[in-house]
Design a protein around this ligand. Structure first.
Ligand SMILES: Nc1ncnc2c1ncn2[C@@H]1O[C@H](COP(=O)(O)OP(=O)(O)OP(=O)(O)O)[C@@H](O)[C@H]1O
Length: 302
């Protein structure tokens, strides 16, 4: 079977800057995939290479079996760049129709496709409006509609929720969830909490290197407990020493104030959560939340 994306030894240099360093990566179609990494990690560069906007200095990127940027991918891949914008001069319907025509929709089919994608993002009423009449969240949804045009199989979204308030983030998440039944999304973002809610796997870049590809939920649920404590009068060190005495506990790490991740042998000690609750209660250390597994942030950055 042909993989959705197959990158082999991709290197990209901008002059003396090495933006991607020998990245090899295979991704399959399916649930949304997150692309993460600190500023300058190479995320936008990787997106641009996959879209065919840039050429690798060396290495190969195949998308659905075709060279990135090749004509065979026309209409099968779409991207929403981080700085994408709408033209303030034209109505939403007008500019989306133009885009539909560029995609190959002819005559009334272009208008029908625009109506279809506007309906998909629940903004049919904006057809005759100009961008200035829309909120930031609505404009992002219009840009998502543009990416959905022609029903591409692969959609790359660069920071789709940047600058959105929580209700709009939720709407965007739900739209992506619905659309991911028919397309594979790769989403680049710094919002790990949000990615965790939408994506199944994570591609982690750092300084141009591929640090790994993680299946979020599989890694999350075996052998880790995340505990958020109420305010404590004791030290992290006291808690760590005390918890390390519990059966099967191998490590306790404090990655944020009042929050720790406990690592344990889940095969031998499947009921550690119960023991932990009892232990905390005996010690008089009240906790707010106890979750099986680790957050995405803990998985990739600690
Ligand atoms: N056009 C360019 N010319 C020169 N250097 C560039 C260019 N584009 C990116 N770079 C450099 O390449 C490296 C990777 O940049 P890139 O934009 O791909 O990272 P990123 O992970 O998308 O960062 P961010 O999260 O800040 O958007 C950085 O060191 C950046 O300064």
């Amino acid at each position: 079977m042909v993989s959705l994306i197959q990158c082999t030894n991709i290197t990209k240099r901008y002059g003396s800057t090495l933006a991607l360093d020998n990245v090899s990566l295979t991704l399959e179609a399916g649930a949304p995939i997150a692309l993460i990494g600190p500023n300058g990690a190479g995320k936008t560069t990787l997106f641009s290479l996959l879209c065919g906007f840039l050429r690798a200095s060396s290495g190969d990127a195949l998308i659905m079996g075709h060279q990135a940027g090749s004509k065979a991918l026309h209409g099968r891949l779409a991207a929403l760049p981080q700085d994408a914008n709408l033209d303030p001069r034209f109505s939403i319907g007008h500019q989306l129709e133009l885009f539909a025509k560029l995609q190959g929709f002819i005559g009334s089919k272009a208008g029908n496709e625009v109506k279809r994608v506007l309906q998909q993002v629940d903004l049919s009423n904006t057809y005759d409006m100009k961008p200035e009449a829309l909120s930031h969240g609505m404009r992002k949804r219009i840009l998502l509609a543009q990416a959905l045009m022609g029903s591409p199989e692969l959609i790359l979204l660069d920071e789709p929720t940047a600058g959105l308030d929580p209700p709009n983030v939720k709407v965007m998440r739900s739209l992506i969830n619905d659309a991911s039944k028919n397309a594979t999304f790769i989403i680049s973002s710094h919002n790990l909490d949000e990615l965790e809610k939408v994506c199944q796997s994570v591609v982690h870049l750092d300084k141009g290197h591929l640090k790994g590809v993680v299946d979020i939920h599989q890694a999350r649920n075996s052998g880790y407990l995340t505990v958020v404590m109420a305010e404590l009068k004791t030290t992290d060190q006291d808690i760590r020493e005390s918890l390390l005495s519990l059966p099967g506990v191998t490590a306790v790490s404090f990655n944020a104030p009042n929050r720790f991740v406990l690592e344990y042998d889940s095969k031998q000690h499947s009921n550690l959560d119960m023991l932990l609750m009892q232990h905390l209660s005996e010690k008089g250390w009240p906790y707010r939340q106890l979750v099986n597994g680790r957050t995405l942030e803990d998985q990739v950055y600690f």
